[in-house]
Design a binder for this molecule. Structure first.
Ligand code: SF4
Length: 392
């Protein structure tokens, strides 16, 4: 493989920064003015109106500069496409995601198409012996520009170019990726969809994403034609050794690529001058709950990447609501299992299997309290805990 170039440029709040980044990595080398261009930002969810979208979604500043650059080049067929997470209980849907991120307003004001992958057709693939559905719009683009926002991620360590393409999946496939093995399937997906240009919007970097308000201003743009090379550079700037990131390890194994920077020409800033050190871990486990709600006698193993956003949000919220009401309580050795990973402990007296994955993972254990759902709702989680939890 030829040596990849990655540009690392300081964002100076003008379109010149992106122009320079794309120029340095020769990002438009294969772009034809007649191409059907798809820009894939990260606009995966819409949060509270009062929370700024910094670090959670791709900025409209970078997207606007990119559209301007493409138009200057002579391109006219430009679409922004994303498949936001659908989680009705939290009112997470495409409308809210596009509005909160400012992307709908941007698309309207600049006169470009905005496509919601969730409403379109999907193409079925067999990946690693599992069925996966990928947006047809994403597959049919002549020139795909992957524009993730820079994050550390509590499940996949980092969320950059490779991970951003998960937004091209059908909502069911998004959930299934966590059951199949998130890192391996991110890598497999990237063997099917290959961006022509990756621009990591690093104006902000989010710590312990995928959402939250712990954004750090870096004022950087990372750009290159090779997505893995961009991600390796992005990971180092986040302070995470790429060789320890499972999605990179999987992709490297599938493609025979190295995970060091020796085969990459880095242009612009020196990495050591701009690198930061962000944490990615956020343990969703019994100790956290015990501390936060000052309760005793509860256990929960961190499900890691084997729980998807849906259960990780609804079930966790239901548990928190219940414990909030029972602050300071002492329970008679109860355990919550969520996602595919945790096996209930022998010594737990009451085991709550919350969601279909937890039920599947513990099907041999008989004396459990089971809540079906994919995901179960917040209310059902709260209700089952309220009904069955035994206090000392
Ligand atoms: S049961 Fe929960 S963790 Fe499993 S796929 Fe459904 S929503 Fe995701």
């Amino acid at each position: 493989m030829e040596r990849a170039t990655v540009a690392v440029i300081k964002y100076d709040r003008t379109p010149n920064a992106l122009r320079k980044a794309v120029g340095l990595c020769d990002g438009f080398e294969k772009l034809k003015t007649t191409d059907k261009i798809l820009i894939k930002p990260n606009a995966g969810q819409g949060l509270r109106r009062t929370q700024p979208p910094n670090g959670v979604v791709t900025t409209t500043a970078i997207l606007g500069d990119l559209i301007g650059l493409l138009r200057d080049y002579g391109c006219t067929n430009i679409t922004i496409g994303e498949g936001p997470i659908l989680l009705p209980e939290f009112r997470w849907d495409s409308t809210r995601a596009f509005e909160w991120s400012g992307i709908r307003e941007l698309a309207q004001s600049l006169g470009v198409n905005l496509v919601d992958f969730n409403e379109g057709e999907f193409v079925r693939f067999v990946m690693g012996r599992k069925r996966v559905e990928v947006s047809k719009v994403a597959l049919e683009a002549d020139f795909l520009i992957d524009v993730p926002v820079m994050k550390t991620h509590r499940q996949s360590m980092v969320s950059l170019g490779l991970k951003n393409l998960k937004g091209c999946l059908h909502n069911t496939s998004k959930k299934n990726f966590h059951r199949f093995g998130l890192d391996k399937y991110i890598a497999l997906l990237n063997t099917k969809i290959k961006p022509d240009l990756t621009i990591i919007d690093s104006i902000y970097a989010l710590q312990r994403g995928p959402w939250g308000d712990d954004a750090h201003r870096l004022d950087l743009i990372i750009a290159g034609k090779d997505v893995l090379s961009c991600d390796l550079v992005g990971s180092i700037i986040l302070g995470i050794d790429p060789k320890t990131v499972p999605q990179f390890q999987e992709f490297a194994q599938m493609t025979g690529r190295p995970l060091d920077l020796e085969s990459i020409d880095i242009k612009g800033e020196r990495i050591e001058d701009v690198a930061t050190k962000l944490e990615w871990r956020l343990v969703l486990a019994g100790e956290t709950l015990s501390q936060d709600y000052e309760v005793k006698g509860i256990a929960m193993d961190d499900p890691g990447e084997l729980v998807c956003t849906a259960c990780g949000t609804t079930v966790w919220t239901g548990i928190c609501q219940y414990l909030e009401e029972n602050r300071g309580a002492e329970f008679d050795s109860i355990e919550f299992c969520v996602g595919l990973a945790p096996k209930a402990k022998e010594e737990s007296r009451q085991v709550f299997l919350l969601g279909n994955c937890a039920i599947t993972a513990n099907k041999e254990r008989k004396d459990t309290i089971r809540l079906k759902g994919c995901p179960p709702s917040i209310q059902d989680t709260y209700d089952i805990l309220k009904e069955h939890s035994v206090r000392k």
